[in-house]
Design a protein around this ligand. Structure first.
Ligand code: VGL
Ligand code: ZN
Length: 202
């Protein structure tokens, strides 16, 4: 059992990121069994849920002529345009039915502002708008976090890098993550996490 100061952050284990979903991560549902098992070991468990309005600016469909997986410039920097996914209240936005959700103390939703995407569980993609998770964890006395979920190279990596920047001791359980791997994004994410002192496990 981990100490009460160590939280498990389960990132975006939602239908749209699993096989058959709108932004399916290859083998995405393979993270479910190890994550369910990890929940036994943590006294603090937080789930995140990608939660977009239908008019979200990260959707290619909302940029006439743009192809999914192409890049665009937002006021806050470059942004991948994704297939429409995790629309609030849709089946795709629901947690995968195999994921244990009862042990979660908190479910944090992100990406609900139409004009800003939010990969990280801590800050939106403008790097300044907080989700509130930092305050929640600090208020509970958490100093270390372990991350698992989808996708390794986007929401998991951005969350891990922000957690490290905020001063948490950070581990990522790679065996309980799967990647999108767009144009070398996985290698780049692993390198950035290593450089930031994130422990890569499994
Ligand atoms: C994610 C792309 C868009 C993720 C979310 O959960 O990694 N990736 N929205
Ligand atoms: Zn999203």
């Amino acid at each position: 059992m981990q100490p009460d100061t160590h939280a498990l952050l389960v990132i975006d284990v939602q239908n749209d990121f699993c096989p058959g979903g709108a932004l399916a991560v290859s083998d995405g549902d393979a993270v479910i069994a190890p994550i369910n098992a990890m929940m036994e070991d943590f006294a603090v468990t937080v789930l995140t849920q990608d939660w977009h309005p239908a008019d979200h600016t990260s959707f290619a469909a909302n940029h006439p002529g743009a192809e999914p997986f192409s890049l665009t410039e937002m006021p806050y920097g470059p942004q991948v345009l994704w297939p429409t996914h995790c629309v609030q209240g849709s089946r795709g936005a629901a947690f995968h039915e195999g994921l244990r959700t009862d042990p979660a103390d908190l479910i944090i939703r992100k990406g609900f502002r139409p004009a800003i995407d939010s990969y990280s569980a801590f800050f939106e993609n403008d790097k300044t708008t907080p989700t509130g998770l930092d305050g929640y964890l600090r208020a509970r006395g958490v100093t270390a976090v372990t991350l698992a979920g989808l996708a390794t190279d986007y929401c998991v990596a951005f969350s891990a890098l922000d957690a490290a920047k905020l001063g948490f001791d950070v581990s990522v359980r790679l065996d309980a993550c799967r990647a999108i791997d767009l144009d070398g994004s996985l290698a780049s994410a692993l390198e950035q996490m290593r450089a930031a002192g994130v422990r890569l496990i499994g």
